[in-house]
Design a protein around this ligand. Structure first.
Ligand SMILES: Nc1ncnc2c1ncn2[C@@H]1O[C@H](COP(=O)(O)OP(=O)(O)OP(=O)(O)O)[C@@H](O)[C@H]1O
Ligand SMILES: [Mg+2]
Length: 267
């Protein structure tokens, strides 16, 4: 099963009378438990792709599957319900609610969950704040926390719904090096121990170094796919950017990431 599958995704933004094509023909499937980095230059479409995978935004064209369920065109309410059960999102700027304490921020998405009792909410808030090393800071408001601590609250909030998928938009961009490395280690441990799938957008080589899957995009087009076995990366051009050759390893890798492209250029 694939936790995420996108097929032939396009995203156009209308800016005045200009159309900005942010994504073009992205096809990708993501296995459960991977640590996937989406990298590419500024403006290449990373956040746009993450928002579509995270059911925060809809593609202009193409289909999105979460846990093999086609969610394309779902209403905002249905999407919100899906997110509250399945997807944790860590925004680049954390997006904590400033008037709520750290604990209340972590609890917040759980308030949408009818299947989670008050006692269970309290238990998870305590558990996940402790997991990210903020056991003693639950009553602090975001402005009483450092940047790294705020990022940890955002991680605890994303994890508290016990999602199958955590999406993180440049999780280290607003942190100093040491804090960034700590946060990454924390996420990698969660990935290893809970089997949670992590999908990052990133400019940060350290994120790529910790990942085991890589998708490189440029100008909204998928350029390169990578898979890591042990310490060795194998990378191949993505099907949509490939000119002709069909080495066997590429097919293996492309099959793993599912990026066969709608032209069916596999061999
Ligand atoms: N709401 C919007 N309206 C119009 N254009 C947009 C909108 N959001 C993004 N874009 C454009 O779409 C393209 C992709 O943007 P996106 O934010 O996905 O890039 P990114 O790879 O995340 O960049 P960065 O690394 O700087 O965060 C850019 O050209 C951007 O200007
Ligand atoms: Mg971005």
């Amino acid at each position: 099963m694939h936790v995420v599958r996108v097929e032939g995704i396009y995203k156009d933004y209308l800016l005045g009378d200009q159309v900005v094509q942010a994504l073009s023909n992205i096809t990708l499937q993501i296995e459960q438990g991977v640590f996937l980095a989406i990298s590419g230059p500024s403006g290449s479409g990373k956040t746009t792709l993450l928002n579509i995978i995270g059911c925060i935004d809809q593609p202009t064209k193409g289909r999105v599957f979460i846990n093999d369920q086609d969610v394309t065109g779902w209403s905002n309410d249905k999407m919100a319900d899906l997110r509250s059960h399945t997807i944790g999102f860590i925004f680049q700027t954390f997006n904590l609610l400033p008037v709520l304490s750290a604990a209340e921020n972590v609890e917040y998405p759980l308030l949408y969950r009818k299947d989670v009792s008050r006692e269970e909410r309290q238990r998870r808030v305590k558990y996940f704040l402790e997991m990210v090393g903020l056991g003693g800071k639950g009553d602090h408001r975001p402005n009483q926390l450092s940047g790294g601590q705020r990022q940890r609250v955002a991680i605890a909030r994303a994890l508290a719904v016990q999602p199958a998928i955590v999406l993180a938009d440049e999780p280290t961009a607003n942190l100093d090096r040491a804090t960034g490395s700590e946060i990454l280690e924390l996420m990698r441990n969660i990935n290893k121990h809970l089997g949670t799938t992590f999908i990052f957008s990133t400019h940060d080589q350290r994120v790529i170094d910790l990942s085991n899957r890589l998708v490189r995009i440029e100008d909204g087009v998928m350029r390169e796919l990578g898979i890591r076995r042990g310490n060795a990366w194998t990378t191949v051009p993505a099907a949509s950017s490939r000119k002709e050759s069909k080495p066997r390893v590429s097919e293996d890798l492309r099959a793993s990431l599912g990026a066969t492209g709608s032209q069916g250029q596999t061999g």
